[in-house]
Ligand binder design. Sequence first.
Ligand code: SF4
Length: 349
Amino acid sequence: MQDFSTKLLAWYAANKRDLPWRGTQNPYKIWLSEIMLQQTRVEQGWNYYLAFTDAYPTVRDLAAASEQEVLNLWQGLGYYSRARNLHFTAKYITNELGGIFPKTYAELLKLKGVGKYTAAAIASFAYGEAVPAIDGNVYRVLARLFGEYEIINTTKAEKKFTALAMQLLPLNDAGDFNQAMMELGATVCKPKNPDCLFCPVAEMCWANAQNKQMELPVKKSAIKVRNRYFNYFVLTDDNSILLKKREGKDVWKHLYEFPLLEKEKALLEDCSEFLLEHFGIENPTFQQLTPNPIVHKLSHQHLHIVFWKVTGRVKSFENCDFVAETELSNYPMPIVLANFLKDVLQISS
Ligand code: SF4
């Protein structure tokens, strides 16, 4: 399929977008960009990438930061486990590998938070290793090109699509080829309305010939969304707000939040009981600070959030701290809480 890669690479050379991480062969910067762009639009990731490479120009700089600083800079990008894994892996590379990035796909795959796609992207972009990097865009391109109806995101599909990609991959130009496939998927072979008229490989494409573009790729039926109901209590004292660090296996691990009662249709009695038990507050009064629950959508969860201002004396608390309003910007928070502070309480965090 030399004809395929020749056409694709010529198109890529002439049409690729000018992105801040494009063209670098620095494995640290490739790793950063690839982790940031998972589940994230390019426009959204752009400024975060610039902020991270500015604050932490090398893997050693990232390792030297605290997790709290890293999460703070990540605030708003979502999927916070990516930031925690980045920081963990930066420390591992610095402390255990002398600051030297692994140089092969197999070695890269051993890093925490680095899956097959990311390992292949780093190995091929930085070192030219001939491994196909197959992200969602590339799955779509391959499925349409070959008329492959296997359900994607399964182990069986992974093997099939890797074999298909290997048929196309030029062994001496794997980095550019992988980036070109992703670019084709992102800008031409789009999920809806692919621009087949302007596609450099249209004449070799099964879906285009059969007019079956919209049937491919085949995906598993959507995962059921779980609804959760969060009641947040805003407890203040002398221009300070009570915050708690989230722990455990749940969303937003190690971010900070207000005291939380998770309960559907919580009555004021439930709230009073919770505040008495955890904070010793007797006879609190409540003011609902947003007229309706805010619905914050995560990939598999919809959080229905109500913010309550509580009046009453806090007599005791555990694993929480009153944080001065002027210090809030040092505390990473879920974006929905940061927006609440800014928009409703007019405090920047
Ligand atoms: Fe995608 Fe159309 Fe190109 Fe086929 S011809 S790869 S469906 S854009």
